[in-house]
Design a protein around this ligand. Sequence first.
Ligand SMILES: Cc1cc2nc3c(=O)[nH]c(=O)nc-3n(C[C@H](O)[C@H](O)[C@H](O)COP(=O)(O)OP(=O)(O)OC[C@H]3O[C@@H](n4cnc5c(N)ncnc54)[C@H](O)[C@@H]3O)c2cc1C
Ligand code: FES
Length: 275
Amino acid sequence: MSLIPVIARLEEKRALDHNHSLFRFIFKEEQMREKFHFQPGQFVMLSIFGVGEAPISITSGPDEKGFIDLCVRKAGRVTTALYSLEENGKVGIRGPFGNGYPVDKMRGGNLLIVAGGLGIAPLRSLIRYVLWRREAFKEVAIVYGTKNPASLLFNEEMRELVLRRDIKCLLTVDSAQDNESWKGHVGSVTDLIDMTGMPLMDTSVAVCGPPGFYKYVLEKLLSLGCSKGKIYMSLERRMECGEGKCGHCVIGHKYTCIDGPIFTYWDAINLPEIF
Ligand SMILES: Cc1cc2nc3c(=O)[nH]c(=O)nc-3n(C[C@H](O)[C@H](O)[C@H](O)COP(=O)(O)OP(=O)(O)OC[C@H]3O[C@@H](n4cnc5c(N)ncnc54)[C@H](O)[C@@H]3O)c2cc1C
Ligand code: FES
């Protein structure tokens, strides 16, 4: 882990929709490229020199070496400056930070991944981890929902996942205009959870999406008998240091940057202000 920013070069940027792009960074120092290890669900502090820093989840898989991918929404100062950065431009990267998904606990069992909108960013890293060692998991299902077909992030990749036979991947949108070529489901991700047909009593579930998304997904999961200790959700808080020193991300007695950002539902209901 690097507590001071190390220099990385913007290798490539690719628009995913009108407000989200994928940024690929390569560390300047070769040694750093080798030794940068992370868990799915961890994040980095990305700094744009002269502008500031922002926490961003790593969206590439931990087995992909030599680069890291970040999927970023243009939100404010840092992310807008990132969008203006030319290829080969330099940024600072600290981390990786946070706990990540408990992949060792998840291995050997069923896994359901539930994503909404930009929530696919950290979950894509988990998906890549799982596909790299598919035999280490039993049944795997992915359900992903966005507002409309144009806002489906990683569109091609997602459609490839739908065609795979070793996992079940289902996509949905809140609405599709008649003239759009969307042949998939229209409706809530909770419909898709039913459609996976997966027995959820003893399944690990990783959920990430916008704030309103959690309420109805969690209700659905609990109604299907999911264990509160096996539902893993990602909590976002304002962060400054990323390393448990400044107190900006504290919820109750937990630091989101070191105890999280991944919490079980069981842990989350025992934190103030969450539900
Ligand atoms: C652990 C973690 C992982 C994240 N991963 C990603 C990611 O993969 N991709 C991505 O695009 N973004 C991610 N974010 C969110 C990102 O860090 C914020 O959008 C950040 O504020 C962007 O910095 P900025 O300077 O561009 O925006 P700012 O100028 O800081 O603010 C932009 C707007 O967002 C609001 N805001 C800022 N932070 C938060 C927050 N945590 N919760 C709610 N509202 C907020 C501000 O009030 C303002 O309205 C993550 C955040 C956390 C904590
Ligand atoms: S961001 Fe500083 S303590 Fe968590």
